[in-house]
Design a protein around this ligand. Structure first.
Ligand code: PMP
Length: 404
C-alpha cells in the first residue's frame, strides 16, 4: 500500500498552484514529475562530484565514475539483464531505437521484412522507415481492432522467414494497451527474427524482467520513470550488440586509434561515444532507488485503481467516448467528448489547474485508424488521487457546457 500523503510530499511540484488552482498533473505519459531526491542528486553531483568519468586517476574522477557505473548496477538489479554491459546509456527511447535501426543497416537485405504495429509512437515507426529506405527492405504493420488490441492472427501471417526484426511497444502511450509481448517475442524467435520492445511506457508502470521476456532489445526513457530528461538506456543481448557495428565514433568508444585503423572498446563503451550525461545518469539511479522504495508492484496496483475509477467516472459524462478499451490497460485514458475539439477541452481544463495532453500523442496512424484529429489524454501516476480525478470530471463537465 502506498502512503499517498507521504508520497505526494516527495514531489515538490505537486504543491504548486497553476492558474490559481491546485495543480492536477495528468500528463504522466508525456513525462513524470521528479521526487526531491532526484533533484537533489543532480545538485549534489555538480556541487561535490563534478568530474569526467572513466579516464581520470584523480579522486573526483574516480568518485564520478563509481557513481555513474552504480546506476548501471542498479539497472541490472532492477531489470535483470544477464550482464551489466548489456545496458547502454542513451538519451532515451528515441535514441535507443535509432541506434538499433541505424547500426542494423549493413545486416539488412532488400528481401528482408520489418514488422511494427498499428499502435506505435512515431519514434518506433520513422527509424524503421528510414532503415527500409536505405536497404530496400519492406515494412509491415500489425493492425488493431476497435478496442486498440493487436490482431494476433494477422501477426502470425505477417511473420515469415524473411522477418528480420519485430519492433513493438510494451504499452501504448496513446491508448494504454498492454501488448502481449511475451507471446510476440516467442513467435518471432521461431522464425529467427529479433525483437525490439519499446519500453517507454512500461518501465515506469510495471515489473520488467529482461531475461524472462527474452527480447533482443529493450528501450527506456528515464524522464518517464521519475528521473531526469536526456537519459535512458538501450538493452541488447550481448551477442547481438557484439555483432552490430558502433553507432557514433569518438572518444570513450575506442580500444586503439591510429590514422590507418581504429579498433573498438568492449561493451558497453563501444556504444557510448563522447562524454556521457553523467549527472543525469547518476540521478537516474536515484530514481530507480526511489521506485524500489515505493515498490513497483505497489505502483502498478495504485495506478490500476486510478484507471478503474477514472474510467467509471469519465464514462458518466454524456457524449464521452474512450479510445482504447482493452482489458489489458495501463493508466492512460484517451477520449473525446462529442464533436468538441480536444484542444479546446485541454485549454479550458488547464484554466482549472488540470494538465492533460491533447492532440495525436506522436501516434498519427492511431488517430487515422479511428478517423479523429486527436484525443484528450489523462495519464495517471501513483502520486495521483481519486479526488484529482473528481476535479478532472468537474472540469470536463464545465468545459462541455461552455463548448456545446
Ligand atoms: N515510445 C513511446 C511508447 C512513448 O510514449 C514515447 C514518449 N512519449 C517514446 C517512444 C519516445 O520517448 P522519448 O521521447 O523519451 O525518446
Amino acid at each position: 500500500m502506498i502512503n499517498i500523503d507521504k508520497v505526494r510530499a516527495d514531489f515538490p511540484i505537486l504543491k504548486q498552484q497553476v492558474n490559481g488552482k491546485p495543480l492536477v498533473y495528468f500528463d504522466n505519459a508525456a513525462t513524470s514529475q521528479k521526487p526531491q531526491v532526484v533533484i537533489d542528486a543532480i545538485t549534489n553531483y555538480y556541487t561535490t562530484i563534478n568530474a569526467n568519468v572513466h579516464r581520470g586517476v584523480h579522486t573526483l574522477s574516480q568518485v564520478a565514475t563509481d557513481a555513474f557505473e552504480a546506476t548501471r548496477k542498479k539497472l541490472k538489479a532492477h531489470f535483470n539483464p544477464k550482464h551489466e554491459h548489456e545496458i547502454i546509456f542513451t538519451r532515451g527511447t528515441t535514441e535507443s531505437i535509432n541506434l538499433v535501426a541505424t547500426t542494423l543497416t549493413s545486416l539488412i537485405k532488400s528481401t528482408d521484412e520489418i514488422i511494427i504495429s498499428a499502435l506505435e509512437h512515431h519514434s518506433n515507426i520513422v527509424p524503421w522507415q528510414m532503415l527500409c529506405e536505405r536497404t530496400g527492405a519492406t515494412l509491415k504493420v500489425i493492425p488493431m481492432n476497435d478496442e486498440g488490441e493487436l490482431l494476433m492472427e494477422v501477426y502470425d501471417e505477417l511473420l515469415t522467414e524473411n522477418t528480420k526484426i519485430v519492433a513493438v511497444n510494451h504499452i501504448s502511450n496513446a491508448l494504454g494497451t498492454i501488448n502481449p509481448v511475451e507471446e510476440m517475442i516467442e513467435k518471432a524467435h521461431k522464425v529467427g527474427a529479433w525483437v525490439l520492445i519499446d519500453g517507454a511506457q512500461s518501465t515506469p508502470h510495471m515489473k520488467v524482467d529482461l531475461q524472462a521476456l527474452d527480447c533482443d532489445f529493450y528501450t527506456c526513457s528515464a524522464h518517464k520513470m521519475f528521473g531526469p530528461t536526456g537519459i535512458g538506456f538501450l538493452y541488447g543481448k550481448e551477442a547481438i550488440l557484439n555483432e552490430l557495428p558502433p553507432y557514433h565514433g569518438g572518444g570513450e568508444m575506442i580500444k586503439d586509434c591510429t590514422f590507418e585503423k581504429t579498433t573498438y572498446a568492449e561493451l558497453p563503451h563501444k556504444f557510448e561515444a563522447g562524454t556521457p550525461n553523467i549527472a543525469d545518469v547518476i540521478a537516474f539511479g536515484t530514481a530507480v532507488d526511489y521506485i524500489n522504495s515505493i515498490g513497483i508492484e505497489n505502483i502498478e496496483a495504485a495506478e490500476h485503481e486510478l484507471l478503474v475509477y477514472g474510467t467509471a467516472q469519465l464514462n458518466k459524462i454524456s457524449g464521452l467516448k474512450i479510445y482504447g478499451t482493452s482489458k489489458n490497460k495501463a493508466s492512460v485514458i484517451s477520449f473525446n467528448i462529442g464533436e468538441i475539439h480536444p484542444f479546446d477541452i485541454g485549454t479550458i481544463v488547464d484554466k482549472l489547474g488540470v494538465a492533460v495532453r491533447t492532440g495525436h500523442h506522436c501516434t498519427q496512424p492511431i488517430m487515422a485508424r479511428f478517423n479523429i484529429p486527436g484525443t484528450v489524454r489523462a495519464s495517471f501516476a501513483f502520486y495521483n488521487t481519486k479526488e484529482e480525478i473528481d476535479v478532472l470530471v468537474a472540469a470536463l463537465e464545465k468545459a462541455t457546457m461552455m463548448l456545446s
